[in-house]
Design a protein around this ligand. Sequence first.
Ligand SMILES: Cc1ncc(COP(=O)(O)O)c(C=O)c1O
Length: 388
Amino acid sequence: MRPGPRVATFGTNVFTEMTRLANEHGAVNLAQGFPDFDGPEFVKEAAKRAIDAGQNQYAPMAGLPALTSRVAREVAARTGVARDPASEVLVGCGATELLFDAVLALTAPGDEVVLLEPFYDSYLAAVRLAGATPRVARLSPPGFELTKEALSAAVSERTRLIVVNQPHNPSGRVFTRDELELVASEARLRDVACLSDEVYDRLVYARPHLSISSLAGMADRTLVFGSLSKTYSLTGWRVGWVTGPRELIAATRAAHQFVTFTVPAPLQHGAAAALDAPASYYEQLVAEYRARRDLLIDALALAGLEPFACDGAYFVCAGFSRFAFDDDVAFARFLTTEIGVAAIPPSAFHLTPGGGRSYVRFTFAKQLATLERARDRLRALAGVATRG
Ligand SMILES: Cc1ncc(COP(=O)(O)O)c(C=O)c1O
């Protein structure tokens, strides 16, 4: 009864592992990126009303029309790309499911998929489960810039997909137009598709969101992934969506219909209400996240760590070169068990051996009071052995 070869190497993912360790040691959990506050009342109320109104049977496979039409409207406003709600939108159980569906649908064994490393770890699992081969374009701390050299080293005549994540987890980076243009020109040149994971598109602190799908020639080859999880603080609902050209959506739907088939109907009604939120909702969201980010960056610097810049998403990475630890796993474990603040060791987001060893990732998707508690505990780092 051994596990089959597709999953044999997976083990427990790093979020589950660090959350378990955090719970065991009563640590403030800045490891896993989920809010410790609730989603908006008006969204929850809409879902409750749908349940009471008997909206409790299978929803249409591609999503409720009430939701797909709002997704198309939202995406047009955010990226400038018009999509047909009936044939160019698909609702799934979170962006994670849809990314998996897309990789499964658009690759064959032997195809290569390019990831920007470090990457959200489910991309690698999706590529492996699909039987395709991952290739990475490396982004290096502290700046995590995407260079032409790194991208050229990853693409080949076997490339079938390039996965972009804007804003980027774990780095908090928001790629510039020039960096996205590097990816776009490779995609156009090689006539390959692009998967653009934009689940953090509303969480940008320095400049407006820019989707690769809005660059010349990219709307026809890009799938854009969105989600209720981050923008509406509802990670447990598992509602996400993908938009793109008809052929790519048709292929992704073909996988989705046998992976989850359909998404809970009442939650889709809630999601439709979420996408009707007024501009003030998003303004407040960003203002609150900016304050949390600033508090965390100050706390990390005060504790002797070297926080890197964060222009988007809800993560701050920080170097720990002052402290005498061999790698990110050792330091993250020490932080969790001895200091009482859990962080993620980012080597889990790398394919390249040794990648991510020199820093750890903290989330600031937490109440200010939680982050203040973490700041107080991090002060204890002052008494920890430093190098030399
Ligand atoms: C880059 C990125 N994409 C997707 C997700 C998951 O999105 P969803 O909850 O919609 O599956 C996450 C969550 O951590 C993420 O960081």
